[in-house]
Design a protein around this ligand. Structure first.
Ligand code: ADP
Ligand code: MG
Length: 230
């Protein structure tokens, strides 16, 4: 998946230098390492948001590093569901409209949602109820919800249209331990249903037991621990 990758911001030293990192299809992978070690940077590269200085990033058999920006955007919209640490929900849209959003940017995910449930709205409602969001909350603005509820909405948005790859960047850091476990279980069972590959990132290595594989980014990253310009 990743080969001989190097990346740094601007003219700074490399943040990442990874000779090989592979994630098998349909696995649930836990990627961990301390704050600042480059986890979010790596995810941005897997999602095609950032491009490596050197080396390649291949997802679903396609080499992102050989693609133009628009083609990487299309790959991401069609095949990757992102759950961000701050959720990045759209405040002026309702819960259900937030969940449907990826299907506005991807004909493929729109079609997959329709095939699965008949319509995008029904698909969104199904995911929300499976993730434990009360029916009455669907038409509310996301700013009316608790953090735990917003996180489930963000998960439903990542899952709609069954993307092959689901990426979660520390989505549980603001939850207590019980809710964290519950959220991970829900997320993984939804991903199992469609056979999505999951890459779940955290600085908290104790969560590794929920996953098939665990990758220590500091071990994989030859640039880790180098002195960097502050
Ligand atoms: P993590 O997600 O593991 O906490 P990040 O990938 O966010 O780590 O950051 C890795 C390193 O890259 C840190 O040293 C951080 O300061 C730096 N960094 C992150 N984003 C930027 C940016 N946009 N510009 C410059 N440096 C950045
Ligand atoms: Mg991060």
């Amino acid at each position: 998946m990743i080969a001989d990758l190097r990346f740094g911001y601007g003219s700074d030293e490399d943040v990442l230098a990874i000779s090989k990192l592979q994630v098998e299809a349909s696995r649930r992978v836990f990627l961990f390492g301390p704050s600042g070690c480059g986890k979010s940077t790596l995810l941005a590269m897997i999602g095609g948001v950032l491009v490596p200085r050197e080396g390649s990033v291949t997802i679903l058999g396609a080499d992102l590093s050989g693609m133009k920006g628009a083609a990487r955007d299309r790959m991401r919209a069609d095949h990757v569901g992102f759950i961000f640490q701050q959720f990045n929900l759209v405040p002026y849209l309702s819960v259900v409209d937030n969940v449907c959003l990826p299907c506005r940017y991807s004909q493929r995910r729109l079609q997959r949602a329709k095939d699965a449930d008949g319509s995008v709205e029904i698909s969104a409602a199904r995911l929300l109820s499976e993730l434990g969001i009360d029916e009455r909350l669907r038409s509310r603005k996301t700013t009316d919800l608790s953090v735990g509820q917003q996180q489930r909405v963000a998960a439903a948005r990542a899952l709609i249209g069954g993307p092959e790859l689901v990426i979660a960047d520390e989505p549980t850091s603001s939850l207590d331990a019980d809710r964290r476990r519950e959220f991970i279980d829900l997320l993984l069972s939804e991903c199992d249903r469609v056979g999505s590959t999951v890459i779940f990132v955290s600085h908290d290595a104790s969560l590794a037991s929920h996953f098939d594989d665990a990758i220590d980014l500091q071990l994989a990253n030859a640039a880790a621990g180098r002195s960097r310009v502050a």
